[in-house]
Ligand binder design. Structure first.
Ligand SMILES: O=C(O)CCC(=O)C(=O)O
Ligand SMILES: [Fe+2]
Length: 349
């Protein structure tokens, strides 16, 4: 079967998916209604505690009663299917490249192995401002804009509506996370003025050798937080903190999956860790997922929050520039990497 797959998709033995599913209780499912309704303060305190436990013990959770209309989600899933069903030639008219960092790609690489997937990226702030180069002393900025395909004609409008719903949910979740570490609700909000957040439509086609490849290799998300919609096929696996076992994230209708990224790990000084995850593919069904990557402004200096630092709990990271980190990551898509891509652990003290 391996001969049906180009060698650059084949994972090393130790990273190949297991054929069965590890049945486990899975990541926590959290009802967000106490944050929306004018509910009792006890309910809010319980919700904050649940969020804190989930961030600490899993780094991942699912939310329901999140306030995002189901219709908005159904529209973006449908539009994604319509876009990826186009011919390669048509999709490549909006290819991402070194100048236009957003758009379509069928060439994603994670830890030097190709992912069995296609993506369409679009940015949220219009334009998004980032550093023009990854050189530490070069302060030149550049503006990034989206590219939109001709078909489906309403993709732009649908993505914009979806993004504005995700933004509302973002601030709700950032508030709950801040409260859960004993900080004022709006403590993290300021980092996201002129944000570099972006969203991605992921398409995982059926794979002839799903036991050899991955839809997306193991990785951690480098930004602050990710909110993910997955369809009913399933494939996402999360590395359980307690024992390192890969746990299948069972699709839950109308739930969003939330995970802590590397920035919350640094801001919280390792109280909340960013957790590895990956995506399995299957030989029969295509799968759609839509991550919304919440990233701060390029101008943010990332370091443990000063309120959390004491003599007993000294800062575990030296600071780094989010903008330079992000520029390095984005430009690496177009370079042949010979060494490990930039990672947050490079800034560990
Ligand atoms: O497709 C998924 O379920 C996960 C996607 C993901 O982890 C990512 O794009 O960073
Ligand atoms: Fe991810």
């Amino acid at each position: 079967m391996g001969d049906q797959l180009e060698p650059d998709f084949i994972q090393a033995l130790e990273h190949r998916p297991k054929s069965g599913i590890t049945e486990a209780k899975g990541i926590p499912l959290i009802d967000l209604s106490p944050s929306t309704n004018s509910s009792k303060s006890d309910d809010l305190a319980n919700l904050v505690a649940e969020i804190g436990d989930a961030c600490e013990n899993w780094g991942f959770f699912q939310v329901i009663n999140h306030g995002v209309p189901l219709e908005v989600r159904e529209r973006i899933e449908l539009a994604s299917r319509e876009f990826f069903a186009l011919s390669k030639e048509e999709k490549k008219k909006v290819s991402r490249n070194e100048v236009n960092l957003f758009g379509y790609s069928d060439f994603e690489i994670t830890k030097s192995v190709r992912d069995w997937k296609e993506v369409f990226d679009c940015t949220i702030e219009n334009p998004t401002v980032i550093y023009a180069s990854d050189e530490p002393d070069d302060g030149e900025l550049k503006e990034l804009y989206n590219q939109w395909p001709q078909y489906p004609p309403d993709l732009r409008e649908i993505c914009e509506v979806y993004a504005s719903e995700m933004q509302k949910l973002t601030y709700k979740l950032l508030g709950l996370i801040a409260l859960s570490i004993g900080l004022p609700k709006d403590r993290l909000h300021g980092f996201f003025k002129n944000q570099t957040s972006f969203m991605r439509l992921n398409y995982y086609p059926p794979c002839p050798a799903p036991q050899l490849a991955l839809g997306l290799g193991r990785h951690k998300d480098a930004g602050a937080m990710t909110i993910l919609a997955q369809d009913d096929v399933g494939g996402l696996e999360v590395k359980r903190k307690s024992d390192g076992e890969w746990i299948f994230v069972k699709p839950t209708p109308d739930a969003y999956i939330v995970n802590v990224g590397d920035l919350i790990q640094v801001w919280s000084n390792d109280k909340y860790e960013s957790v590895e995850h990956r995506v399995k593919v299957n030989s029969e069904k295509e799968r759609i997922s839509i991550p919304f990557f919440i990233n701060p402004s390029h101008s943010i200096w990332v370091e443990p929050l000063e309120e959390l630092i004491t003599d007993q709990n000294p800062g575990k990271y030296k600071g780094y520039s989010w903008g330079k980190f992000y520029a390095t990551r984005k430009l690496s898509n177009f370079k042949k990497l010979t060494s490990e891509n930039i990672q947050v652990h490079h800034f560990k003290l």
